[in-house]
Design a protein around this ligand. Structure first.
Ligand SMILES: [Mn+2]
Length: 353
């Protein structure tokens, strides 16, 4: 039997702090479309159940339209059972927002179990130490447990999950949500845990491949395979500068070489790193504009340092030497020093500041 384990869809996420209003809106539509596409995939593959391990929505405030969109997809696939566990973001349980279709099962602050095919799906919202103690599973069943939170070596509770408290509890597969990249590990000799990660990246802290886990329950152990499924990816890359770069064209070429293997439909953020010479003018707005013509979204940020040290000018008696030593010897932050040096050196050269 096949199952899908997904989490952290964060539908209706605003995303307008990183992107334009228009792009953010477009991405919100895409989050919903990817959810719909995943369900179509589930139907095609004959998946028996879809486990949503929390944060289906980005907040407790959900539009009626979004709830309708989500539920109508479930309704249209009565052959698939949907297990929806609330996370820390979507505090309002779906059931408080709308009547649920027959095939959508939810959880609460007490353990609930549902048999589906050859497994039993058990879950609880707000897992803590006492919940761990009260978990009692049938050792002879194939047990899938759903929880939302981060793995922690401390006490369970407040979205922390201590795996030790789940060892020896007859769990075969622990479907986790909350961490936005996928990972796997073992609970004990019998069971394993997995994070599916989020379905789509929403910012540059969610780079790389996103998707869900496809589970196969028939073997000796429940097998899980990561299925990349996002409509696009975000990439945060570095472009290392050095003192050999002088012209705008050279800087542009260096920046472009950092993103040459990234598909145009993706989003990129390039951080300029390393050391630049004082002759080079870094115009990140210009570079962002250049890359924006090639990618769906592009942003260039300058994290490079100015390759001018007081030591370089130790014995320099010129005004420039005095200026460099004065600035480098000041209590200003290195970034402030770089800015002042750049302006000053340009002024000494008679250029525009
Ligand atoms: Mn979460």
């Amino acid at each position: 039997m096949k199952l899908i384990h997904c989490a952290d869809l964060h539908l209706e996420s605003r995303m307008d702090s990183s992107f334009s209003v228009r792009l953010a809106k477009d991405r919100r539509r895409e989050l919903l479309l990817t959810y719909k596409r995943m369900i179509a995939y589930a139907a095609e593959q004959g998946v028996a159940a879809v486990l949503i391990a929390g944060d289906l929505f980005d907040s407790g405030k959900v539009s009626r339209r979004a709830v309708r969109d989500v539920l109508s997809e479930m309704q249209a696939r009565p052959e698939i059972t949907f297990f929806y566990l609330c996370g820390n973001h979507d505090k309002n349980n779906l059931s408080s927002l709308s009547a649920l279709p027959e095939n959508c099962k939810t959880f609460s602050a007490e353990w609930r179990s549902y048999p589906v095919g050859d497994v039993v799906v058990t879950g609880i919202e707000r897992f803590d130490e006492s919940a761990a103690e009260s978990l009692s599973l049938d050792p002879s069943a194939r047990n899938v447990v759903m929880l939302h939170g981060q793995l922690s070596s401390g006490a369970s509770g407040n979205w922390n999950i201590n795996l030790k408290s789940l060892a020896g509890k007859y769990i075969d597969y622990l479907a986790l949500g909350h961490i936005h990249s996928h990972s796997f590990g073992r609970i004990d000799g019998r069971g394993k845990y997995a994070y599916s990660g989020c379905l789509e990246g929403r910012g540059f802290d969610e780079c790389g491949e996103k998707g869900f886990l496809l589970l196969e329950t028939e073997g000796r152990e429940i097998e899980s395979t990561f299925v990349p499924f996002a409509s696009m990816a975000l990439h945060a890359v570095n472009a290392e500068l050095d003192a050999s770069l002088v012209t705008r064209a050279e800087l542009e070429a260096r920046t472009e070489s950092a993103v040459k293997d990234i598909p145009a439909s993706d989003m990129v953020r390039v951080s300029l790193t390393g050391e630049r010479g004082a002759e080079l003018t870094v115009d990140t707005d210009y570079l962002s504009r250049v890359l924006s013509e090639k990618f769906r979204f592009a942003k260039v940020i300058d994290a490079s340092r100015l390759a001018v040290t007081a030591d370089d000018y130790k014995n320099d008696v010129s005004l420039k030497g005095e200026f460099v030593r004065l600035v480098r010897g000041s209590k200003l932050t290195p970034e402030e020093q770089d800015k002042i040096l750049e302006c000053g050196i340009r002024a000494l050269r008679g250029e525009d500041i």
